[in-house]
Design a protein. Structure first.
Ligand code: CP
Length: 306
């Protein structure tokens, strides 16, 4: 069965079969990444534009590698070297790009809903690589892939997302995806960084990091998104660290072996201590590697309609 949508805009409402199909397909591409020649001809002849209008390291490089490893033609577009600087609108920009016969657009944009907007004005397949504080679906898919790789399953595990939940697109996509896949999901952070009514999304809330550590199988630790905060939500980073940082000392209260994840970029010594980030409990670099396989799977499934 193909995916139920011709775009990947978010995980809200995505059927379990679609998530399962992406994760299973990623397993095949994960094997390709271990070969001496990490390339297959699957998307030969297709042109993909990476439209990154907000900063990125992992997602941008990961998509580009995934596209090249599927043999697609790749065009990288950034606002700073484009006519957007001369005042051209997003609509005019993408319609001009589409006139050059492109097949897919991967978009990262600070404005929520920008990938959805592109689906209204273009025929190309659209993939959301992060829209403001809304969704980051491929990050959540690679997170779920990494959890499944480590534990053999997602169902029944307790995943706690720690940090700035209010401003995090990673948190929202993870909540949608993990609850669909049958995980127990909780969030933990200062009251000011947890949206009111978040329980309506099927998650539990911890305001104490030690309680979260005692209960969870996995901690997905998030960065404080200072660039998205227009007011002060806690007194200082020092204060945040004192109450919510995940440290070796704090992990002593875990009742079972705990797995540490982080989508990056890490603010070492703020939300996560360096020794925990680099410890055996951490699968952070495994997440990065799996991200390429998961993005290959998404591009393949959308690009071939399989
Ligand atoms: N995880 C993530 O989205 O990282 P980048 O902002 O570096 O792409």
């Amino acid at each position: 069965m193909p995916l139920s949508s011709r775009h990947l805009l978010g995980l809200e409402g995505m059927p379990k079969q679609d998530i399962q199909l992406i994760l299973d397909t990623a397993t095949t591409f994960r094997e390709v990444l271990e070969r001496p020649v990490k390339k297959v001809p699957t998307l030969q002849g297709q042109t993909i534009v990476n439209l990154f209008l907000e900063d990125s390291t992992r997602t941008r490089v990961s998509f580009e590698l995934a596209e090249r490893r599927l043999s697609a033609d790749v065009v990288n577009f950034s606002a700073s070297a484009s006519s957007i600087k001369k005042g051209e609108t997003l609509k005019d920009t993408v319609r001009n790009l589409e006139a050059m016969k492109i097949d897919m657009v991967v978009i990262r944009h600070a404005a929520q809903g920008s990938p959805h907007f592109l689906t209204k004005i273009m025929n190309a397949h659209i993939i959301n690589a992060g829209d403001g504080s809304h969704e980051h679906p491929t990050q959540a898919l690679l997170d779920m892939y990494s959890i499944r790789e480590k534990f053999g399953t997602i169902e029944g595990l307790h995943v706690c997302i720690v940090g700035d939940i209010s401003h995090s697109r990673v948190a929202l996509s993870n909540i949608y995806g993990l609850t669909t896949m049958g995980a127990t999901v909780s969030v933990c952070g200062p009251k000011t960084l947890i949206p009111k009514d978040i329980e309506k999304l099927g998650v539990n809330v911890f305001y104490n990091i030690n309680s979260a550590i005692r209960e969870a199988d996995v901690l997905n630790v998030l960065r404080i998104q200072l660039e998205r905060q227009d007011r002060v939500f806690f007194p200082s980073l020092r204060e945040y660290r004192e109450y919510f940082a995940v440290t070796k000392e704090r992990l002593k209260c875990a009742r079972k072996e705990i797995t540490i994840m982080h989508p990056g970029p890490i603010n070492r010594g703020v939300e996560l201590s360096a020794d925990v980030a680099d410890s055996d409990a951490s699968i952070i670099l495994q997440q990065v590697l799996n991200g390429v396989a998961v993005r290959m799977a998404v591009l393949y499934l959308l690009g071939t309609g399989k």
